[in-house]
Design a protein around this ligand. Structure first.
Ligand code: ADP
Ligand code: MG
Length: 564
């Protein structure tokens, strides 16, 4: 089935505007619709994405926090167990004071079976000297620990056990100490073990979910105790700021331009905070948007654009059709108003035609040998001149008519408003009015600025109004007074007649299409409705006042500068 495109129905010649005008109009429609439909869509998409990314960020923080809590608990449990191991040992009824080297070696191997983290074991008498030792550093035996921080802590504080930070110590190897103290028969006894933090780290790493995160342990001074070898080294400063006021928390840090989430949890057994960092970098707002939602959003936007472009195309086609219909109607009305002039014009043309016929008749007579006249050359010239000037007059009248009736494109130009009015009153109607019962008065404000408008269309309106005024005056004698003035940014053309005027009901209907009080064949009822449309198109208005039996005033108000 053949499909006829809408656009094809609209033939280009019938359109009052150039293709350029419609392109521009379409462009503006697209922009307007884009602002109306796409802008809210974009705002909505951005808002939901933002919320979504925020939620995802929250849930990741919560997840990290849970891992940190879990690992910290595990570590706490580990440390408690190690402390209890030592306490059980020193509290054992068969624990001899001081223990012998063999006993110490047995104890250490027992501990080693419980946890591989135990490195060595030492026993201190009241003087703070390590009197019994078992482990890989026998040189430490008989070493005096009186001034060591951990020893002083045990001595001075109320606590009877201590877990130290990780340090190098006499042996220049990373280790930390767990010590328990007992007061036995006024003797201050201490049993202590050193542990390998590396082994402890292996223990944490064996925990679930450890693969998703990097775990480290820092002390109260922000110094690494335990750390993944890729993230840092023990005893270095940790770049993550950890609040010591909160028991746990989370945050985001920037390392080498990448943002990472972290969560921390302080241990109960030692002054250590366990920090877990997410392995994945946080990519910021855009980076966190899911590809799928990006694709859906882009699809939505694309759909909106396609709909808008399509809709704009349809609107333009519709507008073209409307413009075409309007142009046709206006042209029909123009022809009608010229038709209304016809009787006057016939009269106009009749006079010179009579002169021409008479002149020709005379010339024929003179040249007919039957009459025997001779015509002097001067007289012949005079006769021919009269005939010619009469013919010229006829030509002028038809020319003006044709010029007025001819279809023209919408054509904005600067004009003196008086030239436009005179174009109708003098050129088109002049001779007719001269011989009629209507007196034409002018009251022009010559200081008015130039008017940017379409002269031909405005003339059509003026002609319609003047035609109506002449009709209203009818056979009686009357006056049509045309005045121009300024009102703000408008120029007013006021056309007042002393005709029959209108009743209120008539006044209400004047702009309705096909409303006419004139007899069939004389009025079409289109003049004013078309004039109304034209004035609208010119950015102006048409106002009317009328009193029955007194007269009517039409005021055409036009913007000084019409922009399209
Ligand atoms: P038409 O002139 O073909 O009747 P118009 O639209 O020009 O159609 O005018 C509609 C009607 O408005 C006229 O028939 C007439 O009744 C009334 N009218 C218009 N202008 C005047 C006027 N100046 N004085 C009195 N009546 C008028
Ligand atoms: Mg009319």
């Amino acid at each position: 089935m053949a499909k006829v495109k809408r656009q094809q129905v609209v033939s280009a010649e019938a359109l009052p505007f150039k293709a350029e005008h419609y392109r521009e109009w379409r462009r503006r429609q697209i922009i307007r619709m884009a602002i109306t439909y796409i802008a809210p869509l974009v705002i909505l998409i951005v808002y939901f994405q933002y919320r979504y990314v925020g939620l995802e960020d929250d849930s990741r923080r919560i997840h990290l926090g849970a891992i940190a809590e879990h690992q910290a608990n595990t570590l706490d449990l580990f440390l408690t167990e190690r402390r209890v191991n030592l306490a059980n040992l020193i509290d054992h009824p068969r624990f001899s004071i001081p223990p012998s080297s063999e006993e110490m070696a047995d104890y250490l191997s027992d501990l080693g079976r419980v946890s591989a983290a135990f490195v060595d074991l030492g026993f201190f008498d009241s003087s703070g000297v390590q009197v019994a030792y078992s482990g890989p550093h026998p040189s430490l035996e008989l070493q005096d620990y009186r001034e060591e921080d951990w020893y002083l802590t045990l001595r001075n504080a109320e606590v009877n056990s201590v877990i130290t930070d990780v340090y190098l110590g006499f042996r220049q190897q990373l280790h930390f100490t767990i010590a328990v103290s007992r007061l036995v028969e006024n003797q201050f006894l201490v049993l202590r073990a050193t542990l390998d933090p590396g082994r402890m780290y292996e223990y944490i790493e064996s925990q679930q979910a450890a693969g998703d995160v990097i775990t480290c342990l820092v002390n109260a001074g922000g110094v690494y105790q335990l750390v993944d070898e890729h993230a840092g080294r023990p005893l270095d400063d940790c770049p993550i700021p950890i609040s010591s006021e909160k028991h746990f928390g989370n945050g985001m840090i920037k390392i080498d331009d990448a943002s990472r989430l972290y969560a921390f949890q302080w241990l109960r057994n030692a002054d250590w905070s366990l920090i877990v960092q997410s392995v994945k970098n946080t990519g910021g707002f855009l980076g966190n948007m899911r590809l799928s939602s990006l694709i859906v959003s882009a699809g939505l936007l694309l759909l909106a654009v396609v709909v808008i472009v399509n809709r704009a195309g349809k609107l333009v086609a519709q507008q073209k059709e409307t413009d075409q219909t309007r142009a046709q109607l206006e042209h029909a009305a123009k022809l009608a108003s010229v038709g209304e002039l016809a009787s006057g014009i016939a009269h106009e043309i009749n006079n010179p035609l009579a002169v021409i016929t008479e002149g020709c008749g005379l010339l024929m007579d003179y040249t007919d040998p039957q009459f025997g006249h001779t015509l002097e050359e001067k007289e012949l010239r005079e006769r021919l001149d009269t005939i010619q000037s009469s013919a010229f007059r006829c030509r002028d009248i038809t020319r003006k008519l044709l010029r007025f009736v001819r279809k023209t494109d919408f054509d904005l130009r600067e004009h003196d408003v008086h030239d436009i009015v005179d174009g109708i009153t003098d050129d088109l109607l002049g001779p007719e009015i001269e011989v009629s019962n209507v007196k034409l008065e002018r009251n022009y404000d010559r200081t008015l600025p130039k008017l940017t408008t379409d002269a031909n269309q405005l003339q059509q309106v003026i002609l319609n109004v003047i035609n109506n005024a002449t009709d209203a005056i009818g056979d009686a004698s009357g006056t049509i007074r045309i005045s121009t003035s300024r009102r703000g940014n408008e120029i007013l053309i006021s056309i007042r007649d002393t005709g029959c005027g209108m009743t209120t009901e008539q006044l209400e209907k004047v702009f309705m299409p096909f409303f006419t009080t004139k007899e069939v064949g004389k009025g079409t009822g289109l003049g004013l409705s078309v004039s109304y449309g034209i004035m609208n198109g010119l950015g102006g208005e048409i106002e009317v006042e009328s009193t029955r039996d007194v007269g009517t005033t039409f005021i055409l108000a036009l913007p000084i500068k019409l922009k399209r």
